[in-house]
Design a protein. Structure first.
Length: 554
């Protein structure tokens, strides 16, 4: 008998709807779902090839396999035997070692319902928060920035904004390749309205950059400097929305002081682009009727990814490019359901529906919904720490679903530790949640060492908006009703930016040290200053010529 089942494509972060055709239990074809709001029936080449991928039995486990000992071969078993064995072993370990001796490592490939059931099994039944996902590997910077700047990990945008945006800023994303179906929607919108402008920030000349109205091929690692420079120009040219800032934010004056040194000329020298390009990008963004930013792994997968995200969100908040159709910061995910998993709390540091593990009211609310007496107040182990705990023996059993950590989480040499993330300057300000929802001091997950109150050693202050925590477009009504903001500010300098540029350009440690010493006076100066010659000359392609340029002024 022939059947048609609605599902979701498992490849990129678009999450296209598909219709799976099957006959006698075997997949025979896949088509786009014309009623799905993500793709309206369209599929890319990979999506169209899903049926061919599923038809082959090579390397596919069609039945459960189990081995009684580590040195034995796996043998096929029934589903009942497999599930009973897993349940018995998990229960035995929990009884002998406690609930935190087991863990779950799941995936952005799972459907939302699957994510939710895994989350309920771990946190509700077993009583451990040791459930994390491979989404952390690509999205933790975006999650942390959203929570710090907007109060919750709920992007204030949706796919409908693609057709309404009048200025689109691509940052760290080759969307033409990585999210092709969504990119076609942007192409169609631009074809219908040629006045739409595209700004692409990417060191490479990608397919996306080739179609841009303005391509900014910045030096790797200088994204924060670029966004701060754009904000500097917007502030000093009077292109920010002071009414929006006064009504919905606090601490803007401190942010203004922080980005004072990031003049377009100084930033142009850091980034390896022209001063006119920095100003043009800022003016297009700030003056647009609706500015939408689309960013992906080029910002997220970085030791200062949270700072990059926050610096970009600052542009939206300072210019009120948020909360209306076609405007807002839109983080593109790397997997089709990375966002859905976060919605239902499928990570070690959160509960379902954007509730916080550290909040006793939230824990009681979720426990009552699930019909359990209580939930653990101990945050679980995030992905990297989870596998270190497996290696050390603290975790005795782990359930891995729809991901291959042997490939994506390969262990570094014994004793090696991940280096501390570098800090990159980026001013930010935030409008906070009401006092009843504001968190106590605790370090959020992701790439920033940031406390929720006072000054921290992260280089990014930010504006946190108080709209409801939903992954839908934030309406203007929500913004109008937002409570007044509290501010979080931290110190920053241009030195870190220059060190990143020098490192990326292959300069020696001695030369980098001299460059840093030369950069410090400029960074601490309260006046607008011209970048030193070595900053303007860092665009030289030859490492030898770059070294000579620096030595000529150091």
């Amino acid at each position: 008998m022939k059947t048609v089942t609605r599902s979701t494509c498992c490849y990129c972060g678009v999450g296209c709807g598909v219709l799976i055709e099957a006959e006698n239990g075997r997949i025979t074809g896949v088509q786009g779902d014309p009623e799905h709001p993500a793709n309206f029936g369209k599929l890319c080449t990979k999506g169209m090839s899903l049926a061919l991928t599923a038809q082959s039995d090579t390397g596919r486990a069609r039945v459960p396999e189990m081995r009684p000992r580590r040195d034995a071969l796996r043998e096929p078993v029934s589903w009942s035997a497999a599930l009973d064995t897993v349940a018995a072993r998990f229960a035995d370990i929990v009884e002998r070692h406690g609930p935190d001796a087991v863990a779950f490592y799941v995936s952005g490939q799972l459907l939302t319902e699957d994510y939710y059931v895994f989350n309920k099994l771990a946190k509700g039944l077993i009583g451990t928060n040791n459930i994390d996902t491979n989404s952390r590997l690509c999205m933790s910077s975006a999650v942390t920035a959203y929570k710090m700047a907007l109060g919750a990990d709920g992007p204030p945008t949706c796919y409908d904004d693609l057709e309404h945006a009048k200025t689109v800023l691509f940052a760290g994303s080759n969307m033409a390749w990585a999210h092709p179906v969504l990119f076609r929607r942007l192409e169609e919108a631009k074809a219908a309205d040629p006045s739409i402008r595209w700004i692409v920030v990417d060191p490479r000349r990608t397919d996306t950059a080739a179609m841009a109205d303005l391509h900014l091929p910045i030096q790797p690692g200088t994204d924060v400097a670029l966004f701060n420079g754009m904000l500097h120009h917007l502030i000093w040219e009077g292109l920010v929305d002071r009414d929006f800032i006064d009504r919905h934010t606090a601490g803007f004056d401190a942010l203004k002081t922080l980005v004072r040194d990031f003049t377009p000329r100084m930033v142009a020298g850091l980034c390896g682009i022209t001063e006119r390009e920095v100003m043009q990008a800022a003016e297009w963004f700030g003056a647009s009727d609706a500015a939408l930013s689309l960013y992906c792994m080029g910002l997220n997968q970085s030791s200062h990814g949270t700072d990059k995200n926050l610096a970009l969100i600052n542009l939206h908040l300072a210019t009120a490019q948020i909360g209306r159709p076609g405007a807002g910061p839109f983080s593109l995910t790397g997997q089709p359901n990375a966002m859905g998993g976060r919605e239902v709390g499928g990570m070690a540091t959160m509960l379902a529906a954007h509730r916080d593990i550290g909040n006793p009211v939230h824990r009681e609310e979720v426990a009552r919904l699930w019909g359990v007496s209580q939930l653990s107040d101990r945050p679980g182990l995030p992905a990297v720490d989870m596998f270190e705990a497996v290696h050390s023996g603290r975790i005795k059993a782990i359930w891995i679903a729809c991901t291959n950590p042997a490939h994506s989480m390969c262990r570094p040499p014994h004793g090696a530790r991940n280096p501390a993330p570098s800090r990159t300057p980026s001013g930010a300000f935030r409008a906070c949640a009401p006092p009843s929802r504001r968190r106590a001091k605790r370090r959020p997950t992701g790439g920033s060492s940031t406390s929720w109150h006072g000054v921290s050693n992260s280089a990014t202050p930010q504006l946190q908006h108080c709209s409801p925590s939903k992954s839908r477009k934030t309406s203007s009504t929500n913004i109008e009703n937002s409570p007044k903001a509290a501010i979080w500010i931290s110190a920053a300098s241009a030195t870190t930016c220059w060190k990143n540029v020098a490192r990326n350009n292959g300069l020696s440690p001695r030369t980098r040290h001299k460059a840093k010493r030369a950069a410090i006076p400029m960074a601490s100066s309260p006046r607008r200053t011209v970048a030193p010659v070595f900053m303007r000359r860092n665009i030289c392609r030859s490492p030898m010529r770059r070294t000579r340029a620096i030595r000529s002024v150091c």
